[in-house]
Design a protein around this ligand. Structure first.
Ligand code: F6R
Length: 246
């Protein structure tokens, strides 16, 4: 089942997601949260930090698992997802560092790291609430079009389009990694509840495809129609091609 909440803008999308996270944490103070990087959840993370600092929301017993990490980018690199999570969320709330998990894109054996990460998800999980952003090509995590719905944590070659859209964070396109380690479609689908956050006109085509409800590996996010507890929080700009056809 997918519940669709259409909101005014990015700020409202973020606020809605904060409410859902905070009510999850209130219900279950040792919940496992699945987290994403990228532009989409930054407002959500700001709201969580505010909730922690101003309203005393505690993440002390929470565990987090991140969806993905670049390969070939050092942990301390400004653009690693490790750094992103420290700067945008983890460094500003009271979660103990050892309870926040991110795949290690620097592992000596990446195959071993994939196995370790999937086992970790199964051990501390299932994830109670997974946050997802949406790629313009329908990717979730770094599961690009064509990814099998049975995938667990695995190594991927990044789509050229994904590299292009992430180039804004690097000095040049050549510096954008070509590979990443990502939770698979199956790893994501194991989550008890999923929130898909989508904002902005750039995502309008992707939302139109998603809302056609056609399930296809060519559009990875479409698998979410098979999950029993998904909330899509989408702003008007991203939803505009759906509205115009009604
Ligand atoms: C990030 C991730 C990606 C992003 C997606 C959207 O951990 O797994 O799937 O959610 O690329 O990125 P933004 O939010 O930058 O538009």
């Amino acid at each position: 089942m997918m519940k669709v909440i259409v909101v005014e803008d990015y700020a409202e999308m973020s606020d809605e997601a904060v409410k859902i996270i905070e009510s999850q944490v209130a219900k279950n103070n040792n919940a496992v949260l699945g987290l994403a990087t990228g532009s989409t959840p930054i407002g959500l993370y700001k709201g969580m930090i505010e909730g922690h600092k101003e309203r005393g929301i505690s993440y002390q017993a929470i565990q987090t698992v991140n969806l993905d990490e670049y390969i070939g980018v050092e942990q301390g690199h400004a653009q690693s997802y490790y750094t992103f999570m420290r700067e945008n969320l983890l460094g500003h709330i009271d979660i103990p560092a050892e309870q926040a998990h991110i795949p290690n894109g620097q592992a000596i054996s990446l195959d071993e790291e994939c196995r370790r990460y999937e086992q970790l998800i199964d051990k501390i999980g299932p994830v109670d609430l997974q946050i997802l952003g949406l790629g313009e090509n329908g990717h979730i995590g770094f599961n690009e079009p064509g990814t099998s719905s049975t995938t667990t944590t695995h190594i991927v070659a990044l789509d050229e389009s994904t590299r292009q859209s992430n180039a804004r964070f690097f000095n040049s396109i050549d510096e954008v990694p070509t590979k990443a380690i990502t939770m698979g479609i199956q790893s994501i689908m194991k989550s008890k509840e999923i929130i898909l956050m989508v904002s902005g006109e750039k995502k309008a085509e992707a939302i139109k495809t998603l809302m056609s409800k056609t399930i296809s590996e060519q559009f990875p996010a479409s698998i979410l129609w098979k999950h029993n507890h998904v909330t899509l929080i989408v702003d008007k700009d991203a939803y505009k091609l759906v509205d115009s056809e009604r």
